[in-house]
Design a binder for this molecule. Sequence first.
Ligand code: GDG
Length: 509
Amino acid sequence: MTSYFDLKDFLLDQKYHLYIAADAQPFLNKRVKGTMTTQVAAGGVSVALEPVARAGNAVFISRGKTIEDKEILDKNGIITVNHKDPYTLRRIFLPQEDLDGYYNGFSNQTLWPLCHVAFETPIFSNIWYEKYKKVNSEFAHALETTPYNGAEKAAKVYFINDYQLSLVPSFLKKTPETIISLFWHIPWPTWEVFRILPQKKEILQSLLQCDFLAFHRDYHVRNFFSTLRRELAVRIDEEKKTVHFGNHATVVKSLPMGIDTDVIKSLSTPEDSGLLTHFIKSIFRVEKEKIPHEDFFNNTKVILGVDRLDYTKGLTMRLTALERFLEKYPRFLGNVSYVGFLALSRENIPSYQMLKKTVREKAREINKRFGTKQWKPVHLLPGVFSRQELISLYTHAAVCLVTPLDDGMNLVSKEFVIASSTTTNPGALVLSQFAGSATDLTSALIVNAYDTEETADAIAQGLSMDQNERKERIMRMAATLEEQSVYAWSKEFLRQALAAAKENRGVNV
Ligand code: GDG
């Protein structure tokens, strides 16, 4: 088992500086009632990379969002994050026009729908692509120019993250002292889908500038290889998982990401910190201070959802399945409620605005159909909540519903398993077979997220499952996740990146 401290020791020993680049920043700054606060981001990439940055005393390049994000930086656009284990955060700020093209446009209306099988049509625009290119070159420039805060080391590892930054490798200078690596956090589609992208060749060629490239799952690597074979004159050594293109070689592997198990466990405290009582009061609008919260959760079974508001997360299908469940299993009426944490996301994009409306309307419809004066079957909670709040609900939910239509990995399903493994009465996990995590979490109740009948039945099965069976299933899955934490993942990623650069370019670090 690799802990945060193992990762830290490992990184300390390395002869390179770690540079992380990701669009998503680890936290944002906001002034609340005159006081500067930090808010943890609700998104898989930022949540996962923050501990890696800390452990590696890294330079982290990301995109700033708020006025306060800018205000707290020094004149070079940098801040040393004052943690016990400090790291350097450099924020890039984009004018609206660049943001529209790079982020709202090419990243999230072209690449995101293209790579997820959620039947949202990608939109193609050269104007967006030009902005995407421009911003990617700015990220590359920031990687090359941001000074490292600490003792001089011989080399640099660039650890680039995700589809927003696919062109960054093409803008970086290749030297014997730099190692270029990229992790693609979302699915890689089949060639039949990817081939429609007008800029496909430039993106593929850029990715092949990396020494090491990784995806969550093997089926993503297979899709990537078949795309390469159809689009570029490559030679692929299947044995070594190495793609030869021109005079460069890139190792491409699957490396399923894990979660920060240590943090989740430390936040899964059984004591009521007042948080749950507060939740019970605010969500269910009942005065329950006098009733121990355990009693409350015995009488009201909570079906939990934690998602970014995104069409890939299957929220409309999920609510339809819930409706079917209430219809088919009336014995649960009045004593089961769905609580959906919804982190609003990409709010400037029309399809996300539409989804917000659809999800709200569906929830209203279900509440009207089944609700009573005393009981509401669906509670949607838009906003960003603290990790402590999410985790306290993970540990008290009877069922956690994770039903994406397509998802590279899905960290929520893993967080739920680890958090509930700390309780004596864990809930059941209903998980879509289309989440990358379904390959790891085989003791979940696995469903086809498009099959609302099957999902409705799985909800009923989860709620009726005997405590011993729930415990056994959760413990089996938790054991796997302990081995695959985010610390083990990042250590392995960096180890493989270095090995690839040594093997193929003779980089000697
Ligand atoms: C992408 C890929 C892949 C959610 N609401 C709040 C909040 N969250 C946190 C969760 C979890 C994270 O956000 C969401 O991670 P997911 O993996 O579920 O989803 P994406 O954001 O789509 O992530 C995905 C991931 O990258 C990593 O590679 O797994 O497939 O799409 O950690 O807990 N956190 C807080 N408040 C919230 O309200 N603090």
